[in-house]
Design a protein around this ligand. Structure first.
Ligand code: GDP
Length: 317
């Protein structure tokens, strides 16, 4: 199968406070995503107001890190509880997972919960041991605890052979070699992490000449565009202004026009003319677009398998 060698889609999984935001910020920073003169201290990932207020991450969304010709889409996963099958839906967008674990605290319950789902989806994992610089780091034990966790979750031999990258995210440093407890990784930047991600996370596959199929995995709203559907393009090409078959959950099919098509650049959604198999997109133009629906070619519309959306476990009031 041909692959999008220029693209990787990866979900990041971490217990709260293990350093997910710090790591993604550092990846963006080192990829030149911040304008010169902007404040590095401005935390960028938890941009949602509610999240900022509560200091937690609620809505899965993505950040795109550009490295030369390569784009790595990093999809966030909820760090505390699962709202409406959100973890599963985030995992449907990606081809691999970064499991970020604090070098002192080790894997905690939330890590286990999401990892179980990632293993069930047979997504390859890159283990990032973060905060190696912590004076109370206990790197060997934490790596052992992570292996134990995989075994406990019935990971098979293939799944347990994950690569490990050691990070001091706050300093923006990474290494493939294990540093001493309380020490910085030997590399001055995050390049070893980028290398391992590009190597270990498969590029999205697609079928040559296939008709459009895009799966709506999340819903968002914009003051300018109204309701927007977040999708992964599974096959084919989608273009702004294109007529598509909107295959609804009730089984009906409606011909509709893509009025706006956006992709993520760093933390912003930017309009584009076209997107291709593997891309994560946002589309506008369908007032009541819903999770689980398919956007397909008008001539040969084929729906993707449905997605089950559970009722939220906790109500946010
Ligand atoms: P998140 O909840 O997973 O997004 O975690 P944050 O990125 O907000 O980080 C939680 C805390 O850990 C913050 O105070 C960070 O400054 C700190 N932190 C993150 N990475 C590192 C690191 O590599 N070393 C140390 N010592 N602290 C870190």
């Amino acid at each position: 199968m041909p692959v999008r060698s220029d693209l990787r889609n990866v979900a990041i999984v971490a217990h709260v406070d293990h350093g997910k935001t710090t790591l993604v910020d550092a990846m963006l920073w080192q990829s030149g995503a911040f304008r010169i003169g902007s404040e590095k201290t401005d935390r960028v990932m938890d941009s949602n107001d509610l999240e900022r207020e509560k200091g937690i991450t609620i809505l899965a969304k993505n950040t795109a890190v550009r490295r030369g010709d390569m784009v790595i889409n990093i999809v966030d996963t909820p760090g505390h509880a699962d709202f409406g099958g959100e973890v599963e839906r985030a995992l449907m967008m990606v081809d691999g997972v970064v499991l970020l674990v604090d070098a002192s605290e080790g894997p905690l319950p939330q890590t286990r919960f999401v990892l179980r789902k990632a293993l069930a989806a047979r997504l390859p994992v890159v283990l990032v041991i973060n905060k190696t610089d912590r004076p109370d780091a206990r790197i060997d034990e934490v790596v052992d605890e992570t292996y134990d966790l995989f075994l406990d979750l019935d990971a098979d031999e293939e799944q347990i052979e994950f690569p490990i990258v050691y990070c001091a995210s706050r300093a923006g440093r990474a290494s493939k070699n294990k540093p001493g407890n309380g020490e910085m990784p030997d590399h001055e930047n995050l390049d070893p992490l980028f290398d391992v991600l590009l190597e270990a996370i498969p590029a999205p596959e697609y079928t040559e000449g296939a008709a459009l199929q895009a799966q709506v995995t999340n819903i968002d709203a914009s003051p300018f565009l109204g309701r927007i559907g977040m999708c992964r393009v599974i096959e084919g090409t989608i273009t702004k202004g294109q007529q598509v078959a909107w295959m609804k959950l009730d089984g009906t099919v409606q011909r509709t026009k893509i009025t706006e098509l956006l992709i993520t650049e760093a933390l912003d959604r930017v309009p584009v003319e076209s997107a291709y198999a593997g891309d994560l997109i946002a589309v506008a133009g369908m007032a009541d677009i819903t999770i689980g629906e398919t956007l397909a070619d008008v001539e040969t519309p084929v729906a993707l398998p449905p997605i089950t959306v559970d009722e939220p476990a906790i109500s946010m009031t």
